[in-house]
Design a protein around this ligand. Structure first.
Ligand code: CU
Length: 135
């Protein structure tokens, strides 16, 4: 009988600590969800390493890079350099489907889970190249 209030207090403490841990967990999720913006610039079809701005794109591990097609032409954001065995393996906006950068205003995003330097290009205009540096 005497122990009952203590048991209730302990239960309340346990519930409160779960709420506090949950809230602090959410804070860290928000801190890591920031995005890095990049633009496929107008006239990109005729450009090379200035087709995407900025180049290189700097990102932290866990950050998402968002490419926006600010040009009137259809482009792709395809990982790797042309001719490499792993072309398009890490990320590829593609030639069809919801991620295809078919028109102005379309966006494609990829989250980088590891550090490194990641080359990419446009399969429709292979001279368009860029790099993402993740640290
Ligand atoms: Cu292109």
């Amino acid at each position: 009988m005497v122990n009952k209030p203590i048991y209730l207090a302990a239960s309340l403490l346990a519930i409160l600590s779960v709420i506090v841990i949950g809230a602090s967990g959410n804070t860290s999720v928000f801190a890591q969800s920031d995005k890095v913006q990049a633009s496929i610039v107008p006239g990109a079809s005729t450009l090379t390493d200035t087709a995407v701005s900025p180049n290189p794109i700097q990102a932290k591990v866990g950050q998402t890079v968002v490419w926006t097609n600010d040009d009137s032409a259809f482009h792709t954001v395809t990982s790797g350099l042309i001719g490499a065995a792993d072309v398009g393996k890490l990320f590829d906006s593609g030639l069809a489907g919801p991620t295809a950068l078919t028109a102005k205003g379309k966006t494609f995003e990829h989250t980088f889970d590891a550090a490194g330097e990641f080359d990419y290009h446009c399969t429709l205009h292979p001279a368009m190249t860029g790099k993402v540096i993740v640290t």
